[in-house]
Design a protein around this ligand. Structure first.
Ligand SMILES: [Fe+2]
Length: 458
């Protein structure tokens, strides 16, 4: 081997080693000749949405779907011919007519190639026991084994609470957001996870715009446009024909999930608190009111996925989470109380790069609360792969961010929600996990719910 070849090989080895050490890799790498990425979401009892990005020049594709246990029972979407990709290579498949509570395998087919298969399990038409993963915050394109751990735990779906990437995009250019989706979804472990697990995703600041982004973000239109283009999502709620926020709702068994958007209509944090200062925006707040009002009659449990810290009593003046939006927080807390949902609600959150559990001891922000009056449990689960940081509190079961005194080392953790339904009662176990899937000591909460309400059980 001559010196130049030796140097070249050495460089390659060094780069490969750096990729392994930093947990990065796979940037721009696709999993098949014709397909850049593919993932699923918007799962219901009878339907799913699959979105894929094709390589330049491919132009069209079809989706082949079959129940995992019936490899022969393949059906195609579209039934005839192929679906055309949009000018950016994104192709959308809306699959309906599925048999409830069935595991399906899907594969995309172009004229010359078949990509790696994905899978999803759709929801039961009635009570359903399930496992749901929830988390937020991963360095753009992270390839950490946390994602393989999550995949192996086989959650029914992954609720991603934001900071899907950290590109902090300030320019109103959808192609920058599309590149960010490409970098995440072509990372081998993340891409593999999202192929095997449907997504329910709402953004936080770093994946909506720049750090601490709000409704004035210059890249807001591009964020909204590329989200609708690339992410398989549940139905959104346009106002006068225009999507301004990405809140969405869905039901698994008898549990209702509400995901809110805490960025796109947020008034700047520095404005004085009061009736004009909003985190959700007027229309989204009305949406939340309608959804919560409807819950009482229909569901024993509602899970509000609220991206940012709700409890901020231990850090007055920190500006974290809902603290600068206390007026609206009280409006919502009063709403929850008025609808009789204090003992029917569970909150999942991200943003703080920590796991934390509060059993309701510290989450009461209703205007007429008595001293020590409890409210609903709050569970934080983050980061998937990002620097540790504790926000808000206090939390009855504590907060944990590994290596928080060595903040240059990334933390990797997530949450699991295991639901057991027998038609009468719902038992829920919420657990905070490390990157290997181990339960973090003391960070487990169990609840039991029926139509009379939920109780925290130990
Ligand atoms: Fe984050």
């Amino acid at each position: 081997m001559d010196f130049r070849k030796w140097t070249c090989c050495s460089c390659c080895l060094v780069v490969a080693a750096l990729c392994l050490l930093t947990g990065r890799g796979g940037l721009g790498r696709s999993f098949s000749q014709d397909v850049v990425w593919i993932w699923s979401g918007a799962v219901t009892t009878h339907s799913v949405v699959v979105k894929a990005k094709l390589q330049p020049g491919i132009g069209r594709a079809k989706l082949r779907v079959n129940p995992t246990e019936e490899p022969e029972a393949v059906f195609e979407e579209p039934g005839d011919g192929y679906s055309e990709a949009d000018p950016n290579g994104v192709v959308v498949f809306s699959v309906t007519g599925l048999v409830p509570n069935t595991e399906y395998r899907y594969v995309i087919e172009t004229s010359g190639d078949t990509g790696q298969p994905g899978r999803f399990h759709n929801f039961a038409d009635g009570p359903m026991s399930s496992r749901i993963g929830f988390a937020s915050c991963a360095t753009t394109g992270s390839n950490h084994r946390t994602f393989a751990t999550l995949r192996d735990l086989k959650p029914l779906l992954c609720i991603h609470m934001g900071d899907f990437h950290y590109e902090d995009i300030e320019r109103n250019d959808p192609s920058l957001f599309r590149s960010a989706y490409d970098r995440v979804l072509t990372s081998p472990r993340q891409g593999g996870f999202y192929r095997s697990t449907p997504i329910a995703y709402v953004w936080d600041d770093h994946d909506f715009g720049p750090n601490d982004a709000d409704g004035t973000s210059p890249s807001k239109r591009a964020a909204l446009r590329s989200y609708q283009q690339c992410v398989p999502h549940y139905p959104l709620s346009p106002v006068d024909g225009e999507v301004r926020t990405i809140q969405q709702a869905f039901t698994v068994g008898r549990v209702r999930f509400l995901l809110t958007d805490s960025r796109a209509e947020r008034v700047s944090e520095g404005k004085p608190d009061g009736p004009q200062k909003t985190m959700l925006g007027k229309q989204q707040l009305e949406w939340l009111r309608r959804e919560l009002r409807a819950v009482r009659e229909r569901y024993p449990l509602v899970v509000w996925v609220n991206g940012v810290p709700w409890i901020t009593k231990s850090q007055p003046g920190s500006g974290h989470g809902w603290e600068p939006y206390n007026y609206e927080r009280t409006v919502i807390a009063d709403m929850i109380k008025e609808f009789g949902l204090v003992d029917r609600l569970l909150m999942l959150s991200g943003d703080g790069h920590m796991v934390a559990i509060d059993d309701g001891t510290n989450s009461n922000y209703a205007s007429d609360r008595a001293p020590h009056e409890r409210a609903f449990p709050v569970i934080h689960a983050a980061p998937l792969d990002r620097y540790p940081r504790i926000k808000g509190g206090p939390y009855s079961h504590g907060a944990f961010a590994p290596g928080r005194w060595l903040p240059f080392l990334k933390a990797k953790q997530f949450g699991l929600m295991d639901i057991e339904e027998d038609g009468r009662r719902i038992r829920v176990e919420l657990s905070c996990r490390d990157s290997e899937g181990n339960i973090l000591k003391g960070l487990v909460l169990r609840m039991e719910c029926d139509l009379d309400g939920c109780r925290v059980i130990e």
